[in-house]
Design a protein around this ligand. Structure first.
Ligand SMILES: [Zn+2]
Ligand SMILES: [Zn+2]
Length: 368
């Protein structure tokens, strides 16, 4: 009889996730069966769980395994797989990180070299009842399809360090590259959550002159400081957008920043962030992933000061390798092990979501 293993399945809004068992799939040629060891609860998972992102309405067939930020190890290699995407030899038991999405590789966007923008990428949540079943993070196994980018994890990096690499960390590395962030520039980080904390360290390592982080929670700002923030703007001290914009002016020699990164996910911060940019500045939009929410912006103000808006949803084929290398270089410099605040077993996944939703835990992970 085929062995069956656990998956937490999401059935729809307002319903608790249920643990069900499915048969362990046999990897087809080119695929890798992965034993998941840690899966984080990312902001976008919470948006789906709460219904800010209506999965059923966006064409996802439920029930499905959600979750995408994870790490694991090789359980079985499909025929023909002997190395990772960087050419490193792979064997059963090797620890891995991987892109949770899979660009088609053949559409006009992919052929232009923009595979991070391929329309296939956002369709990574598949119905759980259809084999190979294990296409989301909250399960014992993950089925890595042929051609999905995968990298071996060096022994000196822990699961806690690498589990956010395939989402938050890669996302901000790619975003800062896309927005052309350069040596000696000043960046404002709106929001000191997982994305903002990672972006702070990445911007420092890219040669930032000054990284200014804005948030309303003291502990998050303290963590940003430990990740290299030069200046903090606490929303309890600088209560209105006007006060915060004024503070940015003071901190930037009255010029405004070269780059502002939106990593908080509230549309209203966009107008505020655009006003924090200096002339010719670039705005990086990553955080807003819940459709249907709008904001008033005067486009003429963008034109008159030649400001640019750049948005990214996913990241490029080599970004995850850069993320791993970055962790290897900086693991003793920044407290990556402090980003995660709590772990839960798979059986307590509903509790984990509820507690993070209520703000009792800032960032949690499920351990398998
Ligand atoms: Zn994520
Ligand atoms: Zn494509």
């Amino acid at each position: 009889m085929t062995k069956k293993v656990r998956a937490a399945i999401f059935k729809g809004l307002g319903q608790p996730m249920e643990i069900k068992e499915y048969p362990v799939p046999e990897p087809e040629p080119g695929a890798i069966l992965i034993k998941v060891t840690m899966a984080n609860i990312c902001g976008s998972d919470l948006h789906q769980w709460r219904g800010d992102i209506d999965l059923a309405a966006s064409g996802v067939r439920l029930p499905a395994i959600i979750g995408h930020e994870m790490t694991g190890k090789v359980a079985k290699l499909g025929e023909g797989v002997s190395t990772d995407s960087a050419g490193e030899p792979l064997a059963v038991g090797d620890r891995l990180v991987y892109r949770y999405f899979n660009p088609c590789g053949r559409c006009a966007v992919c052929l232009r070299g923009e595979d991070a923008a391929c329309s296939s990428n956002s369709r990574f949540i598949k119905p759980v009842e259809v084999p190979p079943h294990f296409t989301g993070a909250y399960a014992d196994y993950y089925y890595l399809r042929p051609n999905q980018t995968v990298f071996k994890v060096p022994d000196d990096l822990t699961d806690e360090m690498v589990a956010p690499a395939n989402c938050a960390l890669s996302e901000v590395i790619y975003g800062l590259e896309k927005v052309g962030f350069g040596f000696g520039e000043t960046v404002i980080i709106q929001g000191a959550g997982g994305l903002g904390i990672n972006a702070t360290a990445v911007a420092k390592e890219m040669g930032a002159h000054k990284v200014i982080v804005i948030d309303g929670i003291t502990e998050r700002l303290e963590l940003a400081k430990a990740f290299g923030a030069d200046e903090l703007i606490h929303m309890k001290e600088h209560k209105t957008p006007k006060e915060r914009i004024k503070r940015v002016r003071q901190l930037t020699g009255n010029r405004g920043a070269e780059v502002v990164a939106e990593l908080v996910g509230f549309p209203e911060v966009m107008a505020e962030g655009l006003a924090m940019l200096g002339r010719g500045g670039r705005y990086l939009e990553i955080g807003n992933v819940s459709p249907g929410k709008t904001v008033d912006i005067d486009p003429a103000l963008l034109v008159y000061s030649s400001k640019t808006i750049v948005s990214v949803l996913m990241y490029g084929p080599d970004t995850l390798k850069k993320a791993l290398d970055f962790l290897g270089r900086t693991k003793d410099k920044y407290p990556f092990d402090k980003i995660l605040s709590r772990t839960y077993p798979l059986e307590e996944i509903n509790k984990a979501f509820e507690e993070q939703d209520k703000g009792l835990v800032s960032r949690s992970a499920i351990v398998m």
